[in-house]
Design a protein around this ligand. Structure first.
Ligand code: ADP
Ligand code: ASP
Ligand code: MG
Length: 405
């Protein structure tokens, strides 16, 4: 008998019919003699609707209440799945994050899981009950409802698998696994059989939303093998696991894109020590993460300082930056929401030169201008005009020989 943690995403839970399909899959694994903990997301589209409501009611929704609102989508899913399983004759029980409890810090809308006491779940499992946990949500030590950031149910599942030392952790989604790039924008994308934690961390943080980045951090830290697969068929999916020799032989294993960032440029800033900290610290004080940063060479003692933030943080970041710009006597602020970040990722890059050059040449050939660049040991990212996203992904996919054919 094994302890199996399965997570079903929004599309898999997207309608009554699909929830029935999930219940059948769960029942099949349970009937084979396994203990089951199921994590579910809100039905597809529901979280977006809740976010839109929050943004409609006021310009800057209160952080605490925002989490109370968006956590509600998952409440519907756990109840429906539990009802369905019970109607099929199984013992099942639904849990909110706080009921488990999934204990997090207090960073509303991007809370981190700190601890998951499993006494209640263990007791249910012993009793033959299928436990169904709401993904995406938790509770902080003051008793406030928290959420883990968009796509956070993946993290709920992997954290539960780690906390309970599960034998199997499966993430069921609407594609067959992790592909060389998003199969929904590139028909030639190929399924990857095995991907290392580090590569998946980069792919996830660079926009491949098939797994939330924090779920991969948990998987790596606690050595959880994560099997990403489809809830619509029985095909083997992708194993996210420890790095091995075969993986290093591949130069670029995947390409990610992210249209979810926006750019803010503070222009005509006096080029003095401490200016970067002056611009960026009010943002970090407001819990806003900055991603790419570029500071131009100065001309006549003035420089331009450009950075990107997520679109969700954009309005707030812009308001804060406008204030700072006044204080430091910057000439003007420019903003651009029509950008996209394209990244190539592969552990093989560590030992091969020229990968970045090939990327830049490939984009240049298509007349795609690069606005910002950042690199790490196993990735190169560039910011380009959003309208070239699909084209850039496709030509790079081809140039690095990733196509299925
Ligand atoms: P779920 O609702 O199951 O959590 P998501 O929509 O969050 O599903 O993630 C699955 C989606 O991730 C796919 O439909 C696909 O469009 C997208 N995706 C982006 N990059 C990749 C990739 N490299 N491999 C697979 N899917 C990807
Ligand atoms: N329902 C949440 C979201 O849409 C969490 C998740 O799907 O993982 O972001
Ligand atoms: Mg997801």
């Amino acid at each position: 008998m094994a302890l199996v943690v399965q997570k079903y995403g929004g599309t898999s839970m997207g309608s009554v019919e699909r929830i029935r399909n999930v219940a059948k899959r769960v029942a099949k694994t349970y009937d084979a003699g396994n203990d089951m903990v199921i994590v579910v997301s809100a039905m597809s589209g529901e979280t977006n609707k809740l976010v839109a409501l929050a943004n409609e009611i006021c310009e800057f929704p209160d952080n605490r209440e925002y989490d109370v609102l968006v956590a509600s989508g998952e409440q519907v899913s756990i109840a429906l799945l539990a009802m369905c399983l019970k109607s099929m004759g199984y013992k099942a029980k639904s849990y909110h994050g706080w009921q488990v409890p999934v204990i997090t810090d207090s960073a509303f809308s991007k809370a981190r899981i700190e601890e998951i006491p499993d006494t209640k779940i263990r007791a249910d499992l012993k009793d033959g009950t299928i436990v169904i946990v709401a993904g995406f949500q938790g509770i902080d030590r003051e008793g406030n409802v928290t959420t883990l950031g968009r796509g956070g149910s993946d993290t709920s599942a992997v954290a539960l698998a780690a906390a309970m030392k599960a034998d199997v952790c499966e993430i069921y989604t609407d594609v067959d696994g992790v592909y060389t790039t998003d199969p929904n924008i590139c028909q030639d994308a190929r399924k990857i059989e095995k991907v290392s934690y580090d590569e998946m961390l980069e792919l996830a943080s660079l926009g491949a939303k098939v797994l939330q980045i924090r779920s991969v951090e948990f998987a790596k830290k606690y050595n959880v093998d994560v099997h990403v697969r489809s809830s619509f068929n029985d095909n083997p999916g992708t194993m996210v696991t420890k790095e091995d020799k075969d993986m290093e032989a591949v130069l670029v294993s995947g390409i990610a894109y992210d249209k979810n960032e926006a750019k803010i440029a503070v222009m005509g800033v006096p080029d003095k020590p401490g200016i970067a900290a002056k611009i960026l610290s009010p943002l970090s004080d407001a819990n806003i993460s900055v991603d790419m940063i570029v500071q131009n060479a100065s001309e006549g003692g003035l420089t331009d300082f450009t950075f990107t933030v997520t679109k969700a943080d954009f309005k707030k970041a812009l308001a804060i930056t406008r204030e700072v710009a006044k204080e430091i006597n910057a000439k003007e602020i420019a903003e651009d929401e029509n950008i996209s970040k394209i990244s190539i990722v592969g552990v093989g890059m560590r030992s091969h030169a020229g990968v970045a050059t090939k990327m830049f040449q490939t984009l240049a050939k298509e007349g795609i201008n690069i606005q910002m660049i950042s690199t790490s040991e196993i990735k190169v990212s560039v910011v380009i005009d959003a309208k070239y996203t699909e084209l850039a992904v496709r030509v790079l996919h081809d140039a690095f020989g990733l196509s299925g054919k």
